[in-house]
Write a protein that binds this ligand. Structure first.
Ligand code: SAH
Length: 357
């Protein structure tokens, strides 16, 4: 059901001899009331609910593992898809925000050397419904007061922010991601403000240009991780296709067109990309842009030589950027003990499954 547009749902229901208003009821149950099955759509006739349940499914994800951080503020869920693939999504509870980090692909083809998801390569794209389902799942979860983890923070009972920073490269699954984003932002469907959604890309330049023309005010985040080609090509191989200069030119075009501030993400790695020289080089390149840098403390992944920078080196790096005229923040580290970094929970579970076999 989640893969259908409204018009397709109308045709589908018509095929069952149902009038348009029934399609509207099903649609609203899904996007406004987050129903996970036909059984809970109580204003539909029982016979219709049974018939629908026989031939369709509302929700394509099955929760397999759920982990809550010790402070209760980060919830990570591993879902199984109908074909046995798995994906992960993370809900982070902040004071006034409920931020959900979702996946766009199973695995990833981009090959960033410090990223857990990259290690297994790309399995497949997620469908539109598999992307929106992640948001609808947590919307349902937050709407049910009996399910809230017990913590001290004040809680809006809905998803307030979505970041496409889970598994996968959203620009590499462009059509499905943007169809999902239109459903999530449409008042007629989920109705989340576009400004509350951020798409993070490793820098697929033609797709950044395409996003600038979408006319939906989704925030753009670009994973930079190094300010020059020599280093960036080692960390993010896609840089060999679109180098730093080409990427920054695309970001400038995006800003010119949308007048929106772009975020650059920078995962700080000890002795790799955290030197004062690199910070100064980056400040020179980024200060002319309407942008902001988000420094991410590296989540160390198993069997990887990359380690997070020390607190001192992080502070120094950030200070040089700020002094160079680039607004910079350090991302809060959430859920580290529950493997809440992209692809890490999935990877840990695959390893466990392999060792059992
Ligand atoms: N493909 C998209 C989304 C990926 S995940 C992109 O590259 O932007 C979102 C962010 O997490 C990216 O900036 C990614 O580089 C970063 N990331 C990946 N592995 C990480 C790790 N082990 N520690 C910290 N950040 C990591």
């Amino acid at each position: 059901m989640l893969d259908l547009s409204f018009d397709e749902l109308v045709s589908y229901m018509a095929g069952l001899g149902q009038p348009k208003f029934r399609a509207r009821e099903v649609w609203d149950w899904i996007y406004k009331r987050y129903a996970g099955d036909f059984e809970s759509m109580t204003n539909l006739p029982a016979a219709l609910r049974t018939r629908l349940a026989e031939q369709a499914t509302v929700f394509p994800l099955r929760k397999t593992v759920e982990m809550l951080s010790e402070d209760g503020d980060t919830l990570k869920v591993l879902f199984a898809l109908p074909d046995g693939q798995t994906l992960e999504a993370v809900l982070m509870l902040y004071d006034k925000r409920r931020t959900l980090c979702i996946s766009s692909q199973v695995g990833c083809a981009m090959g960033c050397t410090f990223c857990a998801t990259a290690q297994g390569g790309l399995m497949r794209n997620l469908s539109v419904g598999e992307i929106t389902a992640q948001v609808l799942y947590f919307a349902r979860y937050l709407a049910d007061p009996s399910l809230l983890p017990v913590t001290s923070v004040e809680r809006p009972s809905t998803v307030t922010n979505v970041v496409l920073m889970g598994m996968g490269e959203p620009m590499h699954n462009y059509e499905n991601v943007w169809t999902a984003l239109r459903l999530l932002t449409s008042e007629d469907a989920f109705g989340l403000g576009a400004r509350h959604i951020t798409l993070s890309t490793v820098g697929l330049v033609p797709m950044i240009d395409r996003m600038a023309d979408e006319g939906i005010q989704i925030n753009l985040a670009v994973s930079l991780h190094a300010p020059n080609d020599e280093l960036r090509s080692q960390l993010a191989p896609v840089n060999r296709r679109w180098n730093v200069e080409t990427l920054l030119a695309a970001v400038q075009r995006y800003i010119d067109k949308t007048h929106r501030r772009v975020t650059f993400e920078y995962a700080l790695m000890k002795g790799i990309n955290d030197t004062p020289e690199l910070a100064a080089q980056m400040a020179r390149k980024l200060s002319p842009l309407l942008c902001h840098v988000n420094v991410i403390p590296l989540n160390p992944i198993p069997d990887s030589p990359f380690q997070p920078s020390t607190g001192e080196d992080t502070e120094r790096f950030v200070q040089i950027l700020r002094d160079g005229g680039v607004p910079t923040t350090i991302r809060l580290r959430r859920g580290i003990e529950i493997n809440a970094g992209c692809g890490q929970l999935r990877q840990a579970h695959q390893k466990q499954a392999n060792s059992v076999q």
